[in-house]
Each structure stands twice: as structure tokens, then as C-alpha cells.
Design a protein around this ligand. Structure first.
Ligand SMILES: [Ca+2]
Ligand SMILES: [Ca+2]
Length: 581
């Protein structure tokens, strides 16, 4: 037994003196967290050309199942040969490994109910760790405690953002919010999709979140913790609206900080130019927030009204200013200081109009929002990303389909069949794919932030399940959670602290600068991306589903971001709710 396996298995009671001949094999790829007793269980064996596999108890003493490996299939990307080990019939709780005699044994995994409960919770708790303008005490953060940072009460109006009442250099207060990603800036566009995803998760499964305790400062109040956490960012977003209704694109330094702890990051911060995309994302989030926080009149007597009026003012601004792009290069030709942080520039806002109109229509029931735009453009669907949010609107319309009126009601059958067809398109051919996951139909799935593509594809399957109650879509959603947690071309579980082989060197200032070996837990690495935009040294391949580097410099494969954690939280939570005992 090699040292590494011994370390991995050390949490299991191993009788002293036990001798193992088996070696750990990283060519056995599986969800390193585990499986539900009554759901599909698959491992993928790479380059083995073997006949059989065994499932053994993690102490390697007992063989509980012997199975036949599938015929070999060839990876679409690397050309490697894979075989499927299907052990779905094993339903007994326990800790196990897979053994392939010619290869060795897999990382250990569990079979038990609620097996992803920890994943669901930690992927949400991560947002707490990203909070700006607060101290993060040990009580909630353990060894990752840190001092107060970024009060953000003195934010300058950048020359690109001036208006009548707010000249350049005027100071506004814009505290709270989440750090966006590996950096400490706060971006409305990326907050938009993140908040929309978290709010949709809550609206789809409200009961699940009544019970969840994230161990955050608001855990003992009467509000679900997921909403307390979202409120931290919502309160910041509200400060980003100018008096004319338009919304600043971002709150940012002129340049990225070095690899510092946030309390040492003290560069001047600005709000920069208003944009149509940011304003519409804001309108959508605020409309959704209004109907959610309306349910808590005692705790938040005025919040829902504030959110709704902010949303309407944003919508009105965007309707009058439908083509204001955020073009950072152009901005830098006209204004100083130059801004070089994340641009999140989006040239197409028809999808932002659909999302904002959906949320405003659902919240206000005013059909003028639905009539104001073309809701069903003849255009290929794609899973949500920061610059493509059309499906967030569709998901909300589907969630409230019983309340639709007029044209929205007439359109719904088409919308429904389009969403189901979209899930079918994403998943078609899965039975032949090398890792048998929805993820990986084409090389285009492996873009910057590909783990979030996988999570968002999983959400698309969950939506199809909600619309059809056909269990196959749940099983399909689960394949992508398996992908994220280890059944993939790299053999990594991309979620910190969940699995045996997980990212240790994230491009995440909080984790790089804190002097603690372990990265903050519950953060989803961006994952495989053959673009290598960071030009970091150490990549060993350009294969689409394998190009990943667990190194701090690899922001193109190993950064974290709020809009990546949110869909993972959704997917893991949805699966926890929907996989029935
Ligand atoms: Ca709470
Ligand atoms: Ca867009």
C-alpha cells in the first residue's frame, strides 16, 4: 500500500499490521464524495483494458460486489480508452473503494442518504467567506478567521460615471457585497447571475432551506440562512443605483491588488460607468428579491418595496438607454484612471431584457413587461453564464407557470417544450460518451469556468425534471455532479475539501495570502479549460477535458467565482431534495 493511500484511508479504522498489495490508481475516476443508496453509481476506468472490477469495503477486507466492465470506448478529446463500472445495484450504506485488479484501488467513497448534504452546505457557506466590509470571526470561520476589511464607505465616482448630482470624485458609500472571485472587486453583472441562481434555488426548494444552518452570524434569526447570505450582497447592490435609475457596472480598484489579505488591500476604489447589462441584471435581481422578502414582513418591513421600486427605476432607465455597453478599452481611451480589472463587458442585452422582464412580470403581474419584448426569439438556447441570462427568466416563468396570464400563458407550452428539448439536446449521446456525463458533449463545454457549465447543465436537467417528473432527468443531473466531484478527465474533485484529490492552490487572494495550507473549504475551482489564457507554466496537456493546473497562477483553470459556486449550490441542493429515499 502506498503512503498516499494510507493517508487517504486514515480516517477509516484500519487494523494495525494489515498488509495491502493494492496501489491507489488515479485511473479509476468517480465521485469522491459518494453515492445515494438508490441512485445510479458509476466509475470510469481509464486505459485499463480489463474485464472486471470489485467494490470492496474501504478497509479492503470484504468484496461486496464483483462486476463486469463495459466495452472500451474512446475519449472524444484525448483518445484514451475508457470503460464503465456500473455498481448501481450496491445499495448498502458504507465506505468503499473500487478495485480493478490490473490497476489498483480508487479513492474511497461513501454510499449513504444525504451524501451531498455537506457539498450543498459548504458551497453556500463559501459566500460568507467572500463577504466584504466585515470581520470574519473564528466562531464562523475556524482557522480562516480574518480581520475587518474593505469598509467601502468612501467610494469615488469615476469620471466615466458622472451624472448631474454626482460629479467625478464625489464620494458615495457602497459597503457589503461579496468579493467576486479571486480578487476583491465587486461586479454587478456577475452578482446578477449569482443572485438570480441563489434566489431561484430558494424559490424552487424553500422547505429545504428552512432547516439549513450555515453557521453564519444570522443563523439564529428567523430567516433562512441562504437569504441572510444573499441579503449581504443585495444591500450592496442597492447602493450601486444612481439617482436616475441606472446602475454602475462595478465597484473596483483601478488595478488588481497583489496577493494580499483584504485588510492590507487599500487601493482607492471607484464606481465606474453605468451600463444597460448591469442595470437589467439589477432590475431582475431586485424584482425577484421583492417577492421573496415580501414573505418576511416582520423581519424586513420595507425591503420588498425598496427592491421593487429600485427594480422598476432600473427597468425604466434601461428601456430609455437600451444600448449602453461597457467597453473597458474605449472607456480607458477617454477617462483616467484607467480601469484594468475584470470587464464583464456584454454586447448583447436581449437576454438581460428577457430576464428582467420575466422577474418584473412575475412579481408585479403587470403584463406590460411581458409585452415589451420578444420572449421566444428564434435563437439557440445556452446554459446561463454571466453574459447570457435568458434561461434565468425562463426558469422563473416555468416555476410560476400556474400564475401566468395572457400571452405568457399562451406561450408557456412552447417555452416548456423548448426547455425540455434543450435538456434533451445537451444530454443526447451521453450513453456513448467516454465519462458518461452530460458534460463533455463537445469541446466547447470546457471553457473558462467549465465546472459552472457542468453545474448549469445539471440545473437544466433539474428544470426538465420539474417540468416532466421524468426521473431520467434527475439521473442526468447527477452525472454532472459526479463530473464535478471526480468523474472527469483530470481525476480531481474540483470542490475544495470535498474528495481526496482536490484543488490546493487556487487563484484566490484570500487563500493565497492567509498562510494556511488548506484552501478555504467549499470553493469550486473553475476547472478544465484548454485556453491557457494565464500562460502559467506547468500545463502538461491541451486536451479539452484534461487541461487543468492546480496552481495559483492558473486563473484560467483554478480561480474561484461567486457565479460558479452558485450553480453548484443549486445542483447539490436540488439533488439532495429530489433524490427520494
Ligand atoms: Ca438565518
Ligand atoms: Ca447578454
Amino acid at each position: 500500500m502506498n503512503i498516499k493511500l494510507l493517508a487517504i484511508l486514515s480516517f477509516i479504522t484500519i487494523p494495525i499490521g494489515t498488509v495491502y498489495s493494492q496501489q491507489l490508481s488515479e485511473n479509476i475516476r468517480l465521485n469522491q464524495v459518494g453515492f445515494y443508496p438508490n441512485a445510479p453509481k458509476i466509475a470510469v476506468i481509464v486505459n485499463a483494458n480489463a474485464e472486471t472490477f470489485m467494490v470492496k469495503t474501504a478497509d479492503l477486507k470484504n468484496t461486496v460486489l464483483t462486476g463486469k466492465l463495459s466495452n472500451e470506448r474512446q475519449s472524444e478529446f484525448s483518445g484514451k480508452k475508457t470503460q464503465i463500472a456500473d455498481f448501481s445495484s450496491l445499495e448498502k450504506d458504507g465506505k468503499y473503494v473500487i478495485e480493478v485488479p490490473t490497476l489498483g484501488v480508487s479513492y474511497p467513497f461513501e454510499i449513504q442518504e444525504k451524501v451531498h448534504q455537506g457539498v450543498a452546505k459548504a458551497s453556500l457557506k463559501a459566500f460568507y467567506f467572500q463577504r466584504a466590509s466585515t470581520k470574519i470571526p473564528e466562531k464562523y470561520a475556524g482557522k480562516w478567521a480574518r480581520p475587518f476589511a474593505h469598509p467601502d464607505t468612501k467610494i469615488l465616482i469615476h469620471p466615466s460615471a458622472i451624472s448631474d448630482k454626482r460629479p467625478a470624485g464625489k464620494v458615495i458609500s457602497s459597503p457589503k457585497g461579496w468579493y467576486d472571485a479571486g480578487d476583491y472587486n465587486k461586479y454587478i453583472v456577475n452578482s446578477g447571475i449569482t443572485m438570480g441562481t441563489l434566489f431561484s434555488m430558494y424559490e424552487d426548494f424553500p422547505d429545504y432551506f428552512q432547516q439549513q444552518n450555515l453557521n453564519i452570524p444570522e443563523s439564529n434569526n428567523t430567516v433562512p440562512d441562504v437569504l441572510d447570505e444573499a441579503l449581504w450582497n443585495l444591500q450592496w447592490m442597492l447602493t450601486m443605483q444612481d439617482s436616475d435609475g441606472g446602475v454602475y457596472h462595478k465597484l473596483t480598484n483601478a488595478n488588481f491588488d497583489g496577493m494580499l489579505m483584504p485588510n492590507h488591500a487599500k487601493k482607492t476604489r471607484y464606481v465606474v460607468q453605468k451600463s444597460t447589462a448591469a442595470t437589467l441584471d439589477f432590475a431582475a435581481v431586485m424584482a425577484q428579491a421583492a417577492r421573496i422578502f415580501r414573505q418576511f414582513p416582520k423581519e424586513f418591513p420595507t425591503l420588498a418595496d425598496s427592491c421593487l421600486s429600485a427594480s422598476v427605476r432600473a427597468w425604466d432607465w434601461a428601456s430609455k438607454n437600451p444600448t449602453v455597453k461597457y467597453d473597458q478599452n474605449k472607456l480607458n481611451e477617454q477617462f483616467l484612471p484607467k480601469i484594468t480589472t475584470g470587464a464583464y463587458g456584454d454586447n448583447t442585452v436581449s437576454d438581460e431584457f428577457i430576464w428582467a422582464a420575466s422577474e418584473l412580470y412575475i412579481t408585479t403581474k403587470d403584463e406590460k413587461y411581458y409585452h415589451s419584448i420578444d420572449f421566444l426569439p428564434v435563437q439557440k438556447m445556452s446554459v446561463p453564464s454571466w453574459n447570457q441570462v435568458r434561461l434565468l427568466g425562463y426558469y422563473s416563468l416555468a416555476r410560476f407557470h400556474n400564475q401566468l396570464t395572457g400571452k405568457a400563458k399562451e406561450d408557456f407550452p412552447t417555452l416548456k417544450s423548448n426547455l425540455i428539448a434543450f435538456a434533451d439536446t445537451l444530454s443526447s449521446g451521453i450513453e456513448k460518451r467516454s465519462f458518461q456525463t452530460v458534460m463533455g458533449k463537445t469541446a466547447k463545454d470546457f471553457v473558462w469556468g467549465s465546472t459552472a457549465v457542468a453545474a448549469n447543465q445539471g440545473i437544466a436537467m433539474i428544470q426538465a425534471y420539474q417540468l416532466t417528473k421524468d426521473k431520467k432527468y434527475l439521473d442526468l443531473a447527477l452525472t454532472n455532479l459526479d463530473y464535478i466531484l471526480g468523474r472527469n478527465g483530470t481525476g480531481y474533485s474540483f470542490l475544495t475539501a470535498f474528495g481526496s484529490k482536490t484543488p490546493m492552490h487556487l487563484h484566490h487572494r484570500l487563500a493565497i495570502a492567509d498562510g494556511i495550507v488548506e484552501p478555504l473549504p467549499g470553493f469550486l475551482s473553475g476547472g478544465t479549460n484548454a485556453g491557457q489564457q494565464d500562460k502559467c507554466e506547468g500545463y502538461t496537456t491541451k486536451v479539452a477535458d484534461e487541461c487543468y493546473l492546480d496552481a495559483e497562477c492558473s486563473y484560467s483553470t483554478n480561480e474561484i467565482a461567486i457565479n460558479w459556486n452558485a450553480p453548484l449550490a443549486y445542483l447539490a441542493s436540488a439533488i439532495e431534495v429530489l433524490i427520494k429515499k
